[in-house]
Design a protein. Structure first.
Length: 175
């Protein structure tokens, strides 16, 4: 009986080992489920953070598009105003040419005006039509300022003042 007893003990040990192995495998499967659940919960928390960041990114993109549209509108307005300014400059240049032509024509008709645009008689008539005409550039070129000595504009000269004379030079004797 000794052999039969050893066979029964071996079978019981194998059964106990199988039960222990099954218990261990179930416990391991349960631990893996629990771990997977924790990972899913963490991912769900990260998902809300992801949605918050995506919403922030979309708001930033919308704001950038709005600012870009405003910049484009301002650039278009600036182009329109530049074109308008160029048109005004062209009209001013045309008018300046017209005025200079009219003054030159008046000087040709006036018997008191010399060929270079200065009056033949004394300086008493300076500041009146017929003295040398100089119109400045409307864009700020060489136009003299109205508040500087000798820098009066056409028709603003005082009687006895020579508008073509440099204020730093002493007056010349007129024959």
């Amino acid at each position: 009986m000794d052999t039969a007893l050893w066979i029964i003990i071996a079978v019981i040990v194998v059964i106990i080992l199988l039960v222990a192995l099954l218990f261990f495998l179930r416990k391991r499967r349960e631990l893996r489920r629990t771990k997977a659940q924790r990972i899913r919960e963490n991912a769900a928390g990260d998902m809300s953070e992801l949605r918050r960041r995506e919403a922030t990114a979309q708001e930033a993109q919308a704001h950038a598009r709005k600012v870009q549209a405003e910049a484009d509108a301002k650039a278009a307005e600036a182009r329109r105003l530049n074109e308008q300014a160029r048109a005004h400059e062209g009209h001013a240049a045309e008018k300046r040419d017209e005025v200079q032509s009219t003054l030159a024509h008046a000087d040709k008709l006036d018997p008191d005006v010399r060929a270079e645009g200065e009056r033949r008689d004394d300086d008493r008539h300076l500041g009146t039509p017929g003295h040398k005409h100089e119109l400045g550039d409307s864009r700020g070129g060489n136009q003299p300022s109205g508040n500087q000595p000798g820098g009066n504009r056409l028709g603003d000269h005082l009687p006895g003042e020579n508008p073509t004379r440099n204020p730093q030079q002493p007056p010349r004797d007129v024959p």
